[in-house]
Design a protein around this ligand. Structure first.
Ligand code: GAP
Length: 458
């Protein structure tokens, strides 16, 4: 278990208090495992997605982007194996009406009987569980106004399949040859009944998936490449290395399509859990879709005259899980001027707001100069203006959302056009000329960074 101040309850409460992430449909009492992202949550999540796109298509030439439809032809899920095999074994309790995963009825999963929380479901005096039945995790809906044969479709449970369906089309216009990848970010949907641990497991969630198509003989080499590249990416987001690990799946854990899978795991407050899966999917998907659609899904190498079905290496990450890992890794508590402070020590490039501009008082021309400074900075980085409340309270508000720098306009600023820059982590205050401020802050944003929590741990 982690040793720092963070708990899941503290993260949930901070996210709600500062409007980052909160339960959806709250005025109706909420809806299971479903959350909404508010202003700062959207900015944080967007930084995660932007960093992923940067790593996939900004930093490399061998990957192209795609945005495929959420509702695909229903045959997709027959071919992929989801219709037959994407199931959880569930039991119902005839007494309390609750539904449980049959494979989670042990102390390790800590699911409790709703009537007698001191025991596991099935062990209470009134518990009356049904036999386990397999439930498909895909959400079903229909195309057209009436439900009739052939009208059933599914909300995608993974973004990956859209990439396989478009393989041939993309190959045609992308002017790429294996090894090359197709990347996409988008919502996926799973009818999860397991309690979610905040945004760790939700009914709808964003995935960042990339299918990397390679010559069959090169698959293992590229699998190893992506294991290393993806671990490295999380560290570059500022996540502490000792809170990340790679865990190879045992043979009996592997999905039907996979010959090797490793999870990137993060040490969440609930223990080590999957952040991302990296799978060697072989040629399973292209072969299946070729068989079900009748289209040839292969690559013809004109130089060598070789024709083959590429193998696929797939790094599949969740935006919510990465966002949650960032929040957990950054959360800290300390004391400032005798008062407790909650602070998110986020990597500055991940922070929702990079700089807050704060006039010390709401008079004497300070708000006007502060607006001028805000306008100077906002084109370079996410900037916020705040003049409400004491300066101490305003610093605390910014600390709680992880803003790395607060720029304060005081009486001296009016005299010599300098401001103070307060650092969230070191709490130092440096005087900087307004004209130099954009470059100074941009330089800080580009500078190498390690979590200040690591420095304390040392
Ligand atoms: N295409 C492969 C695939 O979807 P997965 O391990 O089922 O693999 C990939 O999902 C990632 O998507 C997970 O590592 C996780 O980050 C995220 N994910 C999966 N189910 C989720 C859920 N119910 N809620 C939040 N994130 C989820």
């Amino acid at each position: 278990m982690p040793d720092d101040a963070v708990t899941m309850d503290k993260i949930v409460s901070l996210c709600k208090r500062r409007g980052l992430i909160f339960p959806a449909s709250e005025i109706y009492g909420g809806i299971a495992n479903t959350y909404d992202y508010g202003h700062y949550g959207v900015l944080l999540k967007r930084n995660v997605v932007d960093a992923w796109w940067q790593a996939m298509i900004g930093d490399r030439d061998d990957i192209v982007a795609l945005d495929s439809a959420i509702i695909q032809h229903p045959r997709t899920w027959e071919a992929s194996g989801h219709l037959a095999g994407f199931t959880d074994p569930l039991v119902d309790c005839r007494t309390c009406g609750q539904r449980f995963r049959a494979d989670h009825l042990d102390a390790e999963h800590d699911v409790r009987c709703p009537r007698k929380p001191s025991v596991l479901p099935g062990q209470g005096p009134d518990c009356n569980l049904t036999e386990a039945r397999e439930f498909n995790l895909m959400f079903e809906t229909t195309i057209g106004p009436v439900q009739e044969a052939g009208s059933t479709v599914y909300l995608r449970p993974e973004t990956a399949q859209g990439i396989f369906l478009d393989f041939k089309t993309v190959l045609g216009f992308a002017r790429r040859k294996p090894p090359f990848g197709i990347a996409q970010v988008g919502k996926s949907f799973r009818n999860e009944i397991t309690p979610g641990n905040f945004i760790f497991r939700t009914l709808e969630f964003e995935q960042m998936e990339m299918e990397y198509f390679v010559p069959p003989d090169d698959a293992h080499r590229w699998y190893l490449h992506w294991l290393e590249a993806r671990m490295d990416w999380y560290e570059r987001l500022g996540i502490r290395g000792d809170h990340l690990r790679l865990r190879a799946h045992e043979q009996d854990e592997l999905s039907h399509y996979s010959s090797a899978t490793s999870d990137v795991e993060y040490l969440y407050p609930i223990g080590w859990q999957e952040l991302e899966g990296i799978a060697n999917r072989g040629n399973f998907d292209l072969t299946q879709h070729a068989q079900y659609s009748g289209e040839k899904l292969e690559y013809f190498d004109q130089q060598s005259g070789e024709r083959y079905v590429p193998h696929v290496i797939e790094p599949a990450a969740g935006v919510g899980r990465a966002t949650l890992a960032l929040l957990c890794d950054a959360y800290d508590e300390d004391e400032l001027g005798g008062e407790a402070r909650t602070v998110l020590k986020l990597h500055p490039r991940m922070a929702p707001v990079k700089v807050a501009v704060l006039p010390l008082v709401r008079k004497d021309g300070q708000p006007e100069l502060a607006h001028e400074v805000r306008n100077l900075l906002r084109r370079r980085m996410q900037t916020e203006y705040d003049e409400g409340g004491s300066i101490g309270r305003r610093y605390r508000r910014q600390d709680e959302i992880g803003t790395p720098w607060c720029v304060t306009i005081d009486h001296q600023s009016l005299e010599d056009r300098t401001v103070t820059v307060r650092d969230r982590d070191t709490l130092t205050q440096d005087r900087v000329a307004i004209d130099e401020l954009p470059d100074v802050l941009a330089g800080k944003l580009e500078a190498p960074w390690i979590s200040p929590k690591l420095l304390v741990e040392d």
